[in-house]
Ligand binder design. Sequence first.
Ligand code: GSH
Length: 263
Amino acid sequence: MLQLYHNDMSVCAQKVRHLLEEKGLPWQSMHMSLRHKDQFDPDYLRLNPNGVVPTLVHDGKAVIESTIITEYLEDEFPETAFRPSDNAEKARMRYWTKQLDDSIHAATVVVTVGIGIRHQYEIHSEEELNEILDAVPNSKWRVLKRQLIENGMNHPDLPDALIRLKKMLDDMEGALTSREWLVGSGISLADIGLYPYVMRVDHLNLGDLISRRPNLASWYERMSVRPACKEAYLGQWLNEKYVNDLMEKGGEAKKFILSWLSE
Ligand SMILES: N[C@@H](CCC(=O)N[C@@H](CS)C(=O)NCC(=O)O)C(=O)O
């Protein structure tokens, strides 16, 4: 049995849901409310000591880290493959997913919290906010989250984070010049991994950054119409309030961001 501890709008969880759907694997949803601190529950921390989603539990064995989970699913269920058979192409695929882990995910968190969701914390008193932040096990993330909530767009990491996301979009536009998918001849873990990060740019009301890159825009559309993609991202997994908040706050910052990025 496959159980996925996840959250509706978590980028790392979205890509695992998408792969499960593409592979046609039945899975049980263990939905976590990150706002209600489900990720810090002692039982959950025994599965994932980092206190983050996603976690896959396969026949009682926990697998953590979204990129590792997707590779695990490929190893365990190779029937419908999402890794190219050619080793050089597979290495290129892993270079894409490595970039997610090395920098793209961190940049996305900075931009999402700094521009979009910091405002959701305004409802909390100083004491409640301290309680929420004190529960974060990773001390670096605890400090960064507080600074992003307090400083928003003025946080010193924000410019570099935006530049990193722009580079991601430029790299994808280049890679998609003469091919439909990021590597090989079909959809792979590279496409499935990058998609939620491009969608986050869109949800932050920065869709101009996508539409101005025609190869990327066609790829985004190609991905979005896949039945497995709809299953993983829409319906019960689309948190409209979350997206509306991102759209609203992103919209307020959009003009400044686009001109700052020389777009
Ligand atoms: N490198 C981890 C990152 C996981 C991660 O950061 N997950 C976020 C959601 S996208 C989370 O659970 N955050 C918990 C929190 O904000 O307290 C992975 O790829 O699984």
